[in-house]
Design a protein around this ligand. Structure first.
Ligand code: NAP
Length: 246
């Protein structure tokens, strides 16, 4: 059964990792897809070529941290696709460090790319959703719920996403716009491949399922929240973390 037939989805950070898995799964489920990247032009083109036989799909270079870029992106996507039914704010980065060594630049960049980006794009994308209804899915992290040493900037950005999303859910529920959050645990992508073995072992010892998650497992949850299977769910945070958050 295809769950997203007739829907158009805008997904940020679709060039690799979790975002690329979401792009592929949404395409399999019939959605037309606009996705963004920061600098991975060639892997984005590979994904477009791979999926263009299945659905209408286009990649856009767009800096998530820039409100001007977000306004232009939504204008371009509306011109190319005519509507936005689903918005997945997935783009994110880390710049880790203990607080004493965390520079203002490390703080500002992470807040801008991870949190301000969600405000930027949601603000413009809802103009289309106000006519049709829609589903917004924002990618937080278990770190945004529980905190993590060395990630004060990242945890603050991901906790901010939760407050933002609950507010949007309350503000726009009457327009049939739902807004939910996914809080992934420790997922195997380039973001986590850079961690050293002792950090990975420490994470694994706190995961009841005793393994890292796969991007596809986050994509499955995103599909559920994007589709009508979750039509009575809004303002919720789903921890997808192998039990790490118990
Ligand atoms: P990833 O493999 O590092 O991919 C990050 C994606 O975000 C890429 O597509 C990248 O584009 C894009 N991006 C980065 N900065 C951007 C910017 N300024 N403007 C537009 N796009 C930008 O990350 P991931 O592991 O898939 O993570 C995806 C999301 O899940 C993030 O929000 C992350 O915080 C969250 N998350 C991940 C984990 C995990 O364990 N992996 C856990 C919890 C939460 P380019 O390819 O062009 O750089």
């Amino acid at each position: 059964m295809k769950l997203l037939d007739g829907k158009t989805a805008l997904i940020t950070g679709g060039s690799r990792g979790i975002g690329a898995s979401i792009v592929r799964l949404f395409a399999e489920h019939g959605a037309e897809i606009a996705f963004t990247y920061a600098s991975s032009a060639s892997s984005s083109e590979t994904i477009v070529t791979e999926l263009s036989g299945i659905t209408k799909i286009k990649a856009y270079q767009s800096d998530a941290a820039s409100i001007t870029a977000a306004e232009k992106l939504v204008k371009d996507v509306m011109a190319d696709f005519g509507k936005i039914d689903i918005l997945v704010n997935n783009a994110g980065i880390t710049k880790d460090g203990l607080l004493l060594r965390m520079s203002e630049e490390m703080w500002d960049t992470v807040i801008d790319v991870n949190l301000k980006s969600v405000f930027n794009l949601t603000k413009f994308a809802i103009k289309s959703m106000l006519r049709t209804g829609g589903s917004i899915i924002n990618m937080s992290s278990v770190v945004g719920v529980f905190g993590n040493s060395g990630q004060a900037n990242y945890a603050a950005s991901k906790a901010g996403i939760i407050g933002f999303s609950k507010s949007v859910a309350k503000e726009l529920g009457s327009k049939n716009i739902r807004c939910n959050v996914i809080a992934p645990g420790f997922i195997s992508t380039e973001m986590t491949h850079v961690l050293d073995d002792s950090t990975k072992d420490a994470f694994l010892s706190n995961i009841p399922l005793k393994r890292l998650g796969e991007s596809r497992e986050i994509a499955n949850t995103t599909l559920f929240l994007a589709s009508d299977l979750s039509s009575y769910i809004t303002g919720q945070v789903l921890n997808v973390c192998g039990g790490m958050a118990i």
